[in-house]
Every structure is written in structure tokens, then in C-alpha cells.
Design a protein. Structure first.
Ligand code: FAD
Length: 433
């Protein structure tokens, strides 16, 4: 025990020093915390009219479930950085896992339907939407687009029902933006493959039943995909602690030491990095809808808060500067939705390019960051409390700004497409200055 600890022990503290914090609704009765989620009021340009009836229906179903089941518990789990496993059956009932995949017990939603479902989940809790996206738009979609018929039949039905959970492991400690240079290796042996290497940041990996792992084939030097089971000998996964955003998501460090994968679990359609790009094209559209949903939630929260909270004898909503900020947030949400919607339509018509998806994701995250910063100001001191959503959403946007291609990398993807010049690698010649 250190000296200061000993000193602390000897000091006589009044009994009220040990009391738990006051419930936020008692401590701050004037405005309602996000555990009672605010009504959805951000659809100013009536985007709903652009949706098909089945897309509108899934939107309402997801919204109702998220507001009722997740909103009351999310702050607690976010603060503890734990995953609410008991909520999985509720999320499964939504029937959105598997998104656009048709057959194999998957919902076969339109890309717009899947996107709007993602936004409605993220509106209430960004971590929940990341949990589903990693599982569904990355891992399940890799199996659906690149797996064998036998793998689809074996794995997709229980993944669609969230009876088994998957993760998707591309990033490594030494290869983040430069993912295509990854160093995890897969060596062919009799009856299967031996995987050796390390992965980092992998969402859901600490409890995933199936791990979709990308590794370099030592014979071809190309990137291949493998399905690894959670209890495979030689596999260890440890949780990454101390994240400031998406704290409910369990991100892990994966270490593989001579992990054997049988031939039947090699994903036969992943034969180069380009094959992972097929999956990333769809998932990037979904990821672009996360910041849209987060911004919708922030706007809804601020809209209610400004009407409830009074200063100088008037609701905060009555002050011009606050209205200006609120309207700026609202206009951001309208523009983000329209860009996201157009992205879906380009995808549906087969016209979406990698540059389109990257521009959508990068620009939307930029506007979402601005929206969160404005919202955080509008809530004053409560703008830094996770209980009032905006602080939590503000933090949750940071990893989204960075994952599935950072803002900068996505900008460079679009830049390459519109100029014809790739600028990812620095010029090799040193400056003479
Ligand atoms: C919460 C979270 C969840 C994640 N989940 C997963 C997951 O489930 N599966 C998975 O595989 N990965 C996952 N990732 C990893 C994520 O995709 C990477 O963090 C991301 O690709 C960036 O890599 P990096 O963090 O190594 O940053 P770096 O690549 O080191 O980049 C650092 C900075 O340098 C910039 N930079 C890098 N290269 C260039 C360049 N050529 N030109 C200009 N700027 C450049 C970047 O834009 C960034 O600003 C997750 C990450 C986080 C934070």
C-alpha cells in the first residue's frame, strides 16, 4: 500500500461520501435523459416518401425495438464497456442480420432497407449497429459472396438468427490503412492449412463463434480467406481495453500460432485482395449509414432537450444561436440522407464505383462529426454526459471516422478515381530541401 493510500484510510470521511451517484433524472429533473429515447423528428424533407412500404415497415420495427429494448440499458453497458448478451435475442427478432443476402434463412432486404435499418439501430446506439455490421455486412457477406455452397448452407442460417456470432479479421498491428500488405500467413498442409500471425481491432472477436480471417497464401503470395472456429487450438483472443468510442463493441487482438483450418473452411472465392473489396463495397454503404443514424439520434436528442431546458426564463430553443446550430444539424442530416440514399440507388443499378462508396462514407462521417460537435455544445454540461446520448455519440463517431478506410484513405480512393492518379504511396525520392 502506498503512503497516500494509507493516509486516505486514516482520514475520517462523512458517511455520504460512499453513496452512489444520484439518478440522473433526480439530479437533473429539467430534461429527459436518453434512456427514454426522444421522438424521431429529423425527417424534415420527408425522406420516408422515397422508401418502399416494406422499407418503411422495417424502419419502424427497428426503431421501436431499439427505443424500447436498447435505449434504457445502453449507457450502463457503454460505461462498463461490456456487451449486453441478453439483448441478442431481441436484435435477432428484428430479422436484419444477413441484410441483403437472399436465401439461407437471411432476410434478403433491399440495400436501402438494410441501410435504413442500420441507421435506425445507430440512431439509438452506434455500438449495436457496429456489432451487427461486422457480423452481417462483413463476415456473413464474405461467406455469401465468396463461400462454397456447403459453407453457405452450414453457416448462414444460424448466423442470420444470431445463434452464432461472427467477426471479420483483416487489420493487423503493422497493417491498418495498408491492409493489402498483411503478413499473416496460410501454409498448405495435408487436409488443410496452417495459419500463423496476428490481427488487431477485430470487432466481436472476443466472443465470436466464427472468425473470418484473411491470410497470405505462402504458395501464391495472394490473400485468401478462412473460417476459423473459436476453440481452434493455437488461437487466442484478448479484449482491447480503454476505448473512448463504441465501448460496447468488444474489439480484440487475435494471435494465431499454428492454427489448423480444414480444407472445407477455406473460403474458395477469396483469392486476392480484390475479392475482399467486393465485400467492402457493400459494407462501406452500410457504414456510411451509421453516421447518418447517429446524427439523426443526436438531432432528436437536442431537439427535445432545447425545448425542455430553460435558462434566462426561456427554453434554450428560443435563443437564436441555438436555433442556428439546430438548423445546421438538421440540414446536415437531410444532405447526409440524400447522399446515402443515392449511394444505395447507384449500388442497386450496378453503377456504384469504389470512389462513390468512399466519397459517401468519408463526406458523411465529416458532416456527422460536425453535427455531433454542435449537439455537444447545445447540451452544455450535459453534452459531456453519456446519459444524454450526444457525448456518447460524439465519441462513437471517432472510430467510425477511422474504420472501413479512414477519412483520408477514402478521400484518396475517390481522388484516384477522378484524377487517374493513385497517391497512397509517398514519392520515393527525398526532397532536396
Ligand atoms: C473500433 C474499431 C473497430 C475496428 N474493427 C475492425 C474489424 O472488425 N476488422 C478489421 O479488420 N479491422 C477493424 N478495425 C481497423 C480499422 O479498419 C483500422 O483502424 C483502419 O483501417 C486504420 O488503420 P490504423 O488504425 O492502423 O491507422 P493507420 O493506417 O496507422 O493511419 C494513421 C493515420 O495516417 C493516415 N494515413 C495512412 N496511410 C495514409 C496515406 N497513404 N495517405 C494519407 N494518409 C494516410 C490515416 O488516414 C490516419 O489518419 C477497427 C478499428 C477500430 C478503431
Amino acid at each position: 500500500m502506498t503512503r497516500s493510500n494509507q493516509d486516505d484510510k486514516n482520514v475520517k470521511m462523512p458517511s455520504y461520501f460512499d453513496l452512489p451517484p444520484l439518478d440522473v433524472s433526480l439530479a437533473f429533473p429539467q430534461a429527459t435523459p436518453a434512456s427514454t429515447f426522444p421522438p424521431s423528428v429529423s425527417d424534415y424533407f420527408q425522406f420516408d416518401d422515397l422508401l418502399k412500404p416494406e422499407e418503411q415497415a422495417i424502419r419502424l420495427k427497428v426503431r421501436a425495438c431499439m427505443e424500447k429494448e436498447i435505449a434504457p440499458i445502453m449507457t450502463k453497458y457503454w460505461e462498463k464497456a461490456e456487451f449486453p448478451f441478453h439483448a441478442i435475442p431481441k436484435l435477432a427478432e428484428l430479422g436484419i442480420s444477413g441484410g441483403t443476402i437472399k436465401g439461407y434463412g437471411c432476410p434478403g432486404l433491399s440495400i436501402t432497407g438494410s441501410a435504413i435499418a442500420t441507421a435506425e439501430v445507430a440512431r439509438v446506439d452506434a455500438s449495436c449497429s457496429t456489432f451487427i455490421l461486422v457480423h452481417s455486412s462483413l463476415a456473413m457477406l464474405t461467406i455469401a459472396l465468396c463461400g462454397s455452397e456447403a459453407q453457405k448452407q452450414k453457416y448462414l442460417p444460424s448466423l442470420a438468427q444470431l445463434k452464432t456470432i461472427a467477426c471479420w479479421a483483416l487489420t493487423e498491428p503493422d497493417y491498418g490503412s495498408d491492409a493489402s500488405s498483411l503478413k499473416t500467413i496460410a501454409t498448405k498442409v495435408e487436409g488443410g492449412w496452417i495459419l500463423e500471425g496476428q490481427k488487431r481491432w477485430i470487432g466481436n472477436s472476443t466472443f465470436a463463434d466464427l472468425l473470418v480471417i484473411f491470410a497470405r497464401n505462402t504458395s501464391t503470395n495472394q490473400i485468401n480467406g478462412y473460417i476459423v472456429k473459436k476453440d481452434a487450438p493455437g488461437l487466442t483472443v484478448t479484449k482491447i481495453d480503454n476505448k473512448i468510442g463504441l465501448r460496447i463493441v468488444q474489439n480484440g487482438d487475435i494471435v494465431m500460432k499454428k492454427v489448423f483450418v480444414p480444407d472445407e473452411d477455406r473460403i474458395e472465392g477469396v483469392n486476392s485482395f480484390q475479392d475482399t473489396n467486393k465485400v467492402l463495397a457493400v459494407s462501406r454503404v452500410m457504414v456510411a449509414w451509421q453516421p447518418i443514424g447517429i446524427s439523426m439520434g443526436i438531432y432528436d436528442m437536442c431537439h427535445r432537450y432545447l425545448k425542455e431546458r430553460k435558462q434566462f426564463g426561456a427554453p434554450l430553443a428560443a435563443f437564436q444561436i441555438n436555433q442556428q446550430k439546430l438548423v445546421q444539424m438538421l440540414s446536415n442530416v437531410q444532405a447526409m440522407i440524400l447522399v446515402g440514399w443515392r449511394l444505395c440507388k447507384l449500388y442497386e443499378s450496378g453503377k456504384m464505383t469504389p470512389g462513390h462508396a468512399s466519397l459517401g462514407k468519408s463526406w458523411i462521417t465529416l458532416r456527422a462529426r460536425e453535427t455531433a460537435a454542435l449537439g455537444r455544445e447545445l447540451l452544455g454540461g450535459n453534452g459531456i454526459l453519456s446519459d444524454f446520448l450526444v457525448a456518447k455519440a460524439f465519441c462513437d463517431l471517432e472510430p467510425i471516422y477511422t474504420y472501413e478506410g479512414t477519412y483520408e484513405i477514402n478521400t484518396l480512393v475517390t481522388g484516384r478515381e477522378v484524377t487517374g492518379f493513385a497517391s497512397f504511396k509517398p514519392a520515393t525520392q527525398r526532397s532536396r530541401m
